[in-house]
Every structure is written in structure tokens, then in C-alpha cells.
Design a protein around this ligand. Structure first.
Ligand code: ATP
Ligand code: MG
Length: 344
């Protein structure tokens, strides 16, 4: 563990963009980017990094303001070294615990994926047999209207189940698809009409799709499913007018990130973010969002995000979800960058 110092808010942001830090301790009053500016940037660049705000004597009001804005702790200036040591240790312990919980969640998801994959395979075999035999029924008794009708209804139900099983298999990473190396910016650009179609007319769709984003290898049909499932969720989370922002950017995932997101390698990645200003979700929902059949909707099936997770993992990628009740949701997908930047 090391300590790096910075003499301005700009410098802190620059450092945060180039490496992962466990903790940022920042003064509140600085110019032109103050402590709250550093806090907001830190939480955006690396949501997990802890931030402590240093405030002057009597700066209790600003300390409370900083905590409200998402700071993890504050220290009143000219504190004793022992207190500083204690507060920093507590902050780092909290971070360690958060990482452990994340790791356990990732392991749980892997276990569920294996189980879901096994069950889905069994189901698929049984369903093929059912649909095949209903066809035989109809061929054998083509003149018996009742039998033809019963067999048709049975086949419809079996096909509906087969569709669900296909989604489960997608989650369980059972299938491989044709991959093409292309720019995620161009891909999203081309998908906008489909996404727009999913959204209520009151929702504004904004984009930030730089042309210098690196290529990634993906299957466009699968990635379209990913975008549509996430956009559908954002649409459901927004009551009345709202905003959804889809953006892409190049990013380097370092060892710190990999430790929290097992199964991927450090290196250059392309990040695709879908952010909404909808109602957000509580911690329990956020933790369970990728579980198959987990839903908070009356008519939901709880398979949208499970399938999204499966597709992203199948592309050797990773995901994160940041959300709080009332504060909207940001879903981030990281896919390995495959080529140097495309010349615009
Ligand atoms: N953008 C979001 N904002 C708020 N909550 C969300 C968001 N995305 C997902 N959720 C929560 O996560 C749950 C699981 O999402 P998921 O897409 O897997 O299932 P679903 O939308 O309920 O059903 P479906 O299978 O039809 O998509 C949702 O029920 C909702 O509670
Ligand atoms: Mg959904």
C-alpha cells in the first residue's frame, strides 16, 4: 500500500483516471475544483474509492453537506495523528468488507449460473421431445379436430417454455456466438431507433459516443438484447418525464478492479454505460439484480438482467450497477478492447 499526494483537485482527478485508489482524503475549500467536485468525480470515475473530506474548525455544516453528497467520512482539521490513523483504518476496513461481499456475490452468481445451465439443458431435451410428439399426434390424427387442437395448444405452451429456457441458457453461458470486432459507439448509434422505440415518449434519450473509442469483439444480436433489456428496465424505473444517457469510453482496468470482478484480465477495455434518472433501487435489489427470476415487478419474469449478465460474461466482459433509491441507476458494461483506436 502506498500514499500519493496531489496539490489540486484537477491533479486528484487525473490520478484517479490513471490508477485505482482505496481512499482519497481531500480538503474541502480549494480552487477551481473544490472537495465536493473531487468527491463527485471520484465516485463517478471509481465508485468504490472511499472519500474523506477535511474541513476547517467549525466546519460541521460543510462536513454534514459532504456526507450528504456521498463522502464516506470527514475529519476536522488539525486533528491528532491518532484520530487520523483511527479514521483512516476504519474507512479502509469498510472498503475491505465491501470488497469481500462483492466477491461472495460474484461467486454466488457463478454457482447459480452453473445450476441454471444444468436445469436448462435438461428442460431443452424434454421440451424437444414434447414438441416432436405433439407434431406426431397431429400427423397421425389429422382428421380428428379435437386432437389437432389439443396438440396445437400443447405445442404453444412448450414453445413458450423453450423461449424461457433459451434465456436461462444465455445466462448460464452455454452458447457461443459469431463475434465481430467493431466500435461500440457505431453499434449504439445504429441501435438508437430500436431503443427509442422501447422508451416512453416522455423520456429523453441522450448519448455520448466518441468516435475514438476502441473496438470490442461482440455478437451484435446479443448486444442488442443487452441494450434493449437495460433500456426496458430504465424505462420502467422512470415515472413521467425522465432521461436516459448511453455513453461509451475507453478505460484501463487495473488489478484493483479485477480483484472485485473475478474472471477478467487487467488491460484496455471499452465501457458502455446506460444511466437513468429513474427511481433507483435499494441495496437488496442491487445485490440480487442478476439472480434469475428475481423481480420486483408484478408482471416481471426477472430474467432480463440475468440474461444480460450471461451475455457479458460470455464476451469475457464484466459489469457493475450503481444505484440508490431516488438517485437513478448506472449500469456499466466492460468489454475487452480488441484493436487500437479507429481513426475517425
Ligand atoms: N434501471 C433500473 N432502475 C431500478 N430498478 C431496476 C433497474 N434495472 C433493474 N432493476 C430492478 O432489478 C429487477 C430485476 O431486473 P430484470 O430485468 O432482471 O427483471 P424484470 O425487469 O423484473 O423482469 P424481465 O425479465 O421482464 O426483464 C427489477 O425487477 C427491478 O427491481
Ligand atoms: Mg427487465
Amino acid at each position: 500500500m502506498g500514499v500519493t499526494t496531489a496539490d489540486s483537485g484537477e491533479k486528484v482527478i487525473e490520478l484517479l483516471e490513471s490508477a485505482t485508489f482505496d481512499l482519497v482524503i481531500t480538503d474541502l475549500v480549494m480552487g477551481p475544483i473544490d472537495g465536493i467536485g473531487v468527491l463527485n468525480s471520484a465516485k463517478e470515475i471509481s465508485p468504490e474509492t472511499m472519500v474523506m473530506i477535511l474541513t476547517g474548525f467549525g466546519g460541521m455544516a460543510s462536513a454534514i453537506e459532504a456526507l450528504r453528497s456521498g463522502a464516506d467520512d470527514y475529519i476536522l482539521k488539525s486533528c491528532e495523528p491518532e484520530e487520523m490513523y483511527f479514521r483512516v483504518s476504519k474507512c479502509l476496513e469498510k472498503l475491505e468488507l465491501k470488497r469481500k461481499i462483492k466477491l461472495q456475490q460474484a461467486q454466488k452468481i457463478e454457482t447459480i449460473a452453473t445450476l441454471a445451465g444444468g436445469i436448462a439443458h435438461e428442460f431443452n431435451n424434454a421440451l424437444s421431445s414434447i414438441t416432436g410428439h405433439t407434431d406426431l399426434f397431429r400427423m397421425e390424427y389429422p382428421d380428428d379436430e379435437k386432437i389437432v387442437e389439443y396438440a396445437r395448444t400443447m405445442k404453444q405452451s412448450a414453445l413458450r417454455m423453450a423461449h424461457l429456457t433459451k434465456q436461462l441458457l444465455t445466462y448460464a453461458r452455454g452458447e457461443k456466438y459469431f463475434l465481430l470486432s467493431m466500435s461500440l459507439s457505431s453499434f449504439v448509434e445504429g441501435s438508437l431507433p430500436i431503443i427509442q422505440h422501447i422508451l416512453n415518449p416522455d423520456i429523453r434519450l441522450e448519448t455520448d459516443l466518441p468516435s475514438d473509442v476502441m473496438n470490442a469483439e461482440f455478437n451484435s444480436i446479443q448486444m442488442q438484447m443487452v441494450l434493449s433489456a437495460i433500456a426496458a428496465n430504465s424505462n420502467e424505473a422512470i415515472e413521467g418525464p425522465g432521461r436516459i444517457t448511453i455513453s461509451t469510453k475507453n478505460t484501463d482496468l487495473d488489478q484493483g478492479f479485477i480483484e472485485d470482478h473475478p474472471g477478467i484480465k487487467p488491460g484496455p477495455y471499452v465501457c458502455l454505460s446506460i444511466e437513468d434518472n429513474g427511481k433507483g433501487m435499494d441495496e437488496e435489489t442491487r445485490r440480487r439484480i442478476f439472480d434469475p427470476f428475481f423481480t420486483t415487478h408484478f408482471m416481471g419474469r426477472g430474467l432480463g438482467m440475468a440474461a444480460v449478465y450471461g451475455i457479458v460474461r460470455n464476451h469475457n466482459g464484466s459489469m457493475s450497477v450503481d444505484s440508490e433509491p431516488g438517485k437513478g441507476t448506472a449500469v456499466r458494461i466492460y468489454l475487452p478492447a480488441t484493436e487500437p483506436k479507429e481513426v475517425p
